[in-house]
Design a protein around this ligand. Structure first.
Ligand code: SAH
Length: 250
């Protein structure tokens, strides 16, 4: 008969493994953020591969992939949500608002088609996470948040992390930011029932705007709005999505 060594609650576990497990339990209670981020990116890449008709290519633009692999999402979420920072989910950031799901951030950033020369406008700073992803790729990012506490916090987070090519303003982003227009790309991270005309005006010919459009209480359509070189506007629906509403007095 083989004698079993009592295994402290783990049935049939050879005793030699226990010290190793204990060691992990003592020293490695949480994975490194960079490892968790890589795990998240693998999930995002897999999900993107199932949506080939959404993008020009079957995979994420390597610039977007690299940007998202670098941005520390855990720095943009409140302390009580940090353990979920690298789940592929939206998370609450206070004031009834959310940081978008990483898959959606990846998809929207890819659809903007930006590069190192781009000047980008964002309506809806929220946590500042999307702005940081944009700032990893673009030359300049201008972002507007209507809730002062969120705008202020995002500004501090972005400053602390050294994103000095992002400028945050507290105000109503419906009107864009005429002083810095025109923009090569515009991203709207809250939903409205129409495309704000000031944003169309502030988009450069050849540029793209990505925006969720639809009823604030239902599913919206993620749309890509392209301004042609002759100034005409073309729209395409990409995916049903759910965003918090655009607020403000317009
Ligand atoms: N991009 C954000 C998520 C945004 S959630 C991130 O990465 O965390 C949408 C944000 O849009 C909310 O913070 C909301 O307050 C803001 N918002 C809603 N209407 C707005 C408006 N008219 N102008 C500027 N910001 C607005």
């Amino acid at each position: 008969m083989i004698e079993r060594i009592p295994s402290r609650g783990i049935p049939n576990m050879p005793s030699i493994i226990l010290p190793v497990l204990c060691c992990f339990a003592l020293t490695g209670t949480a994975a490194e953020p960079s490892d968790e981020r890589e795990g998240l990116m693998e999930e995002v890449r897999r999900d993107i591969a199932t949506l080939p008709e959404m993008l020009d290519e079957e995979r994420l633009d390597p610039r977007v992939d690299e940007a998202m692999s670098r941005v520390p999402r855990h720095e943009f979420v409140p302390p009580e949500a940090r353990d979920r920072a690298y789940a592929n989910r939206p998370l609450p950031i206070g004031h009834g608002q959310t940081i978008s799901q990483p898959l959606i951030v990846a998809l929207m950033t890819d659809l903007l088609n930006i590069d190192g020369d781009s000047r980008v406008f964002e309506l809806g700073t929220g946590s500042g996470y999307q702005a940081a992803v944009l700032a990893e790729i673009a030359a300049e990012v201008y972002t507007v948040e209507i809730i002062p506490e969120l705008g202020q916090r995002a500004r501090e987070t972005l400053q602390d992390l050294g994103y000095d090519n992002v400028t945050v303003k507290v105000g109503d982003g419906y009107h864009g930011w005429p002083d810095h227009a025109p923009f090569d790309a515009i991203i709207v991270t809250a939903a409205g029932d129409h495309i704000p005309p000031p944003l169309i005006r502030q988009l450069k010919p050849g540029g793209h705007m990505v925006i969720p459009v639809g009823n604030r209480y239902a599913t919206q359509q993620l749309m890509v709005v392209t301004k042609e070189e002759d100034g005409s506007v073309r729209t395409r629906s990409v995916l049903p999505v759910r965003f918090v509403p655009i607020t403000g007095g317009h």
